[in-house]
Design a protein around this ligand. Structure first.
Ligand SMILES: NC(=O)c1ccc[n+]([C@@H]2O[C@H](COP(=O)([O-])OP(=O)(O)OC[C@H]3O[C@@H](n4cnc5c(N)ncnc54)[C@H](O)[C@@H]3O)[C@@H](O)[C@H]2O)c1
Length: 345
């Protein structure tokens, strides 16, 4: 019989009473360990979610298993967010950073993110408990070899990404999945540098990670099917939606989103309208939740420029970066992270 307290890291989950299947609802027995996949994939093949009673209220939760141990390389804007959501799910998370200073900043970013989530009521656990599952390292030799998932979120440069991925691969065991959070680079080319490219996949998360609902799972020709299956399960365990996209420059999201952003910058350059108006055109006219210039500010102008340069080289002239974008990056106006981009923050 299941009793409260048997799942220490999942204590907020109460008894599992119902399981929803493709053919409707049925009674499910208690799940001995909700982190195991049997509820989802063996005992009840069609079960993807179960109704649980939490604090007296019924709710639907995902039963895909979470990775036990996650390594995030680079604890910047994206890496800190990725570390935060996996630690919130119950995974033991290590961030690898490039220096002591960057390591302290990464820890602070995760702590701030957790505090904000708690303020919004979006964190069912105490932020300190979640932070207790986070380790920040500066030495790849200290990386946990039993990692289920290693995901890199270092700046958008192929040489840098290959360097950190090969160093991580040398450290982890054969079962570990290696992933990149690249917004645009070729997953096949990054993976080709690895000893085992079959375990490498793109996991393109979005900014801000805790609030965004989508993960693009980018599949290179050499990516193994089992790796894709495991990663999609982890995405669902995070409560996010995955789309599977063939490895191609910019995937689905960056290719469309960057094109719109670059055209908006060109319109600003040509004096078609001011930044506020261009954003309003898309927000109110086309019901986009955020205009293309504000979205560029949020991503970071430097990050956008790097992606545009790559897409220009691979897909052609329609992605040529506008001079205004280059000028702003050179002036250090990188968007929200520096207080000024196309808008003041
Ligand atoms: N910013 C976004 O909106 C966004 C969205 C989706 C994907 N991405 C992608 O995510 C990746 C990271 O972007 P970001 O915005 O978080 O960048 P960022 O500059 O905020 O963070 C990069 C982090 O990597 C660390 N780093 C650099 N070299 C390292 C090394 N050798 N070892 C360990 N850590 C190292 C830096 O110290 C920094 O903390 C990029 O590939 C980017 O294209 C970004």
């Amino acid at each position: 019989m299941w009793r409260p307290g048997r799942w220490p890291r999942w204590s907020s989950r109460a008894a599992c009473h119902w399981a929803s299947t493709a053919s409707g609802s049925r009674t499910a027995t208690a799940i001995p360990d909700p982190r195991a996949t049997w509820c989802g994939s063996r005992e009840y093949p069609n079960v993807r979610s179960v109704k649980v009673v939490r604090d007296g209220r019924e709710e639907l939760v995902n039963v895909d298993s979470a990775p036990d141990v996650v390594v995030v390389i680079g604890g910047g804007r994206m890496g800190a967010g990725i570390a935060q959501v996996f630690a919130g799910l119950g995974s033991e998370v290590s961030i690898v950073e490039s220096s002591d200073e960057a390591a302290s900043a990464a820890r602070r970013r995760v702590a701030d993110g957790l505090a904000k989530a708690a303020e919004r009521g979006a964190l069912p656990q105490d932020p300190e408990t979640v932070l207790g599952r986070l380790t920040v390292l500066t030495d790849f030799a200290a990386l946990p070899p039993q990692a289920d998932l290693v995901i890199e979120a270092v700046p958008e440069r192929a040489d840098l990404k290959i360097d950190v991925l090969t160093r991580a691969e040398a450290r982890v065991g054969p079962e570990s999945v290696l992933a990149t959070n690249t917004s645009s680079l070729s997953v096949a080319e990054l993976g080709a540098a690895l000893r085992e490219p079959g375990r490498f996949v793109g996991t393109h998360l979005f900014n801000p990670v805790p609030a965004s609902k989508l993960v693009e799972v980018v599949v290179a020709p050499q990516t193994g099917d089992e790796v894709v299956r495991r990663v999609r399960g982890w995405v669902r365990a995070l409560g996010k939606t995955d789309i599977v996209v063939r490895d191609s420059p910019g995937f689905a999201t960056s290719r469309l989103g960057v094109l719109l952003g670059l055209e908006a910058i060109r319109m600003l350059e040509e004096g078609v309208a001011d930044a506020e108006s261009i954003d309003k055109a898309m927000e109110l006219g086309y019901r986009h939740p955020m205009g293309p210039l504000r979205s560029t500010d949020l991503v970071g102008l430097d990050v956008r420029l790097a992606i545009a340069e790559y897409l220009h080289a691979t897909l052609g002239e329609r992605f040529v970066p506008p001079q205004l974008l280059r000028d702003k990056v050179a002036a250090g106006e990188l968007g929200r992270k520096t207080g000024r981009g196309f808008h003041d923050w």
